[in-house]
Design a binder for this molecule. Sequence first.
Ligand code: HEC
Length: 462
Amino acid sequence: MHFLNNLVNPESGERLTLLYYLLSFVSTMFVTYIGIAATGSTLSLFFNRKGLKKGNDIYRHFARNLIDVALPGKGVVAALAGLPIVTIILIYAELLYNTNADVTNFMTASAILVISGFMFLIAYRYSFRLEGFVESYKKLTPSQKSEIGDASLVDLDAMEISAHQTRRRAGLFGTAMLWIGMWVFMGGSNLALNSQAWPQDAGTFAVLFSWTTIWSFIHFITAAVVIESAAILFFFYIWDGGVGAANNEAYSSFVKRFAMNAGLLFAIVQPLIIFIDLTLVPSAAKDGAVFGLAGLGLLIAFVLVHFFYRMLRLRKVYLGSFAFIGVVVMVGVWMTAKGVSFSKSNQAHYQLMADNYDKMLSELPEVQTAKISGEKIFTQTCSACHRFHNRLVGPAYNMVLGGYEGKMSKLEDFIMNPRQVLQGYPPMPKQGLNQAQVKAVAEYIMNVYQTEEKNGTATYTK
Ligand code: HEC
């Protein structure tokens, strides 16, 4: 991504730190939402197939609701997937400015996969509508059909079959692309943690098939099931009145049982996953905070286990909102731990960048003072009213500057904010110069005065 290097600038230390926070924040959004979308579409495919095979309407209904929750609309996809991944790419480009790390390439590949995946899934989602239309048309009585018009030209069965085929294909492609996209995402974010691997240009396959990446991907899959379970409970029953699951008793209890069991099971394995995660942190990225965050992650996992267990026992969704907030926090902690490890592993480079920035800054004033010439300011501004040897509007400098010798700050102060001082002169108007300009002109006039004084030419007329 060389062109990205041209977009970014050396950053100050403070702004760099801010970027790590931003990275953790947008990654949390991204990972949570892709978790819902990938698991939701996978389950939707599974239940759709099962429902068609067994002629089970509950399964098919579930399949449809799952994809509705996973893809509420294109705007949501853009806001929760598109925007975050683009931000992530830019932040990595900025933070890894001038390193050899390929992280942005991984993230860009991930973005392409995920976004194309969503396009297929949107088609998958629409195929349910098409099917719904065909089905409701088929249910019409012959007289109703003839009222609408002659539909014998439309081969409904062919249409239905093609809807099923499109659905299967689009669903499979889309789902696979989301999962693969996340695998690549984990590869990139792990590469970012391992600064020792940057210079050697690790190679795409080595990164993707490294044990750490595979493990992170497993972590994501299991976390995604917990996220999706909480999301089902939250979006099917609580958010905005739910998707209507509560209306049908059999359906509702099936969905509840499914989500609560899946959530419980996969929340139970989270502590083990987090523990193994810790052992895989590269040495360059080990930091006390990472352990603290892992502890926090464990705690949240236990709380989630508790929530799912309580709900399962009572068969009530009453903790659904808390469970959903819990999973978002869980992902947040995970992404923050990654961010901390990244900043740790990136420290040497970070220092270099911050130093570069400081250097750039410290060079700036020099450039500026070179431009600010006291002599120029004198000729352009002050000389309208001042000479060294005689009175003009203002007094001769040679008359007044003796009083400021060794008191440069007082002189600068006067030039900055002139006050009435001498009898028989009007007050000097404020000149509107900045600090650096005032300093330059004060030094200049004092220099000229002192040189003249030394040479005995510092004469003046009143
Ligand atoms: C519009 C006319 C005008 C301009 C332009 C002007 N001055 Fe003055 N300056 C005066 C007058 C009038 C006084 C006398 C004010 C007084 O004594 O109250 C004065 C007084 C001074 C004094 C003497 C202060 C003292 O303690 O006696 C200094 C030093 C001085 N000016 C520096 C400057 C410098 C440097 C500039 C340019 C950045 C400048 N002036 C531009 C009109 C001007």
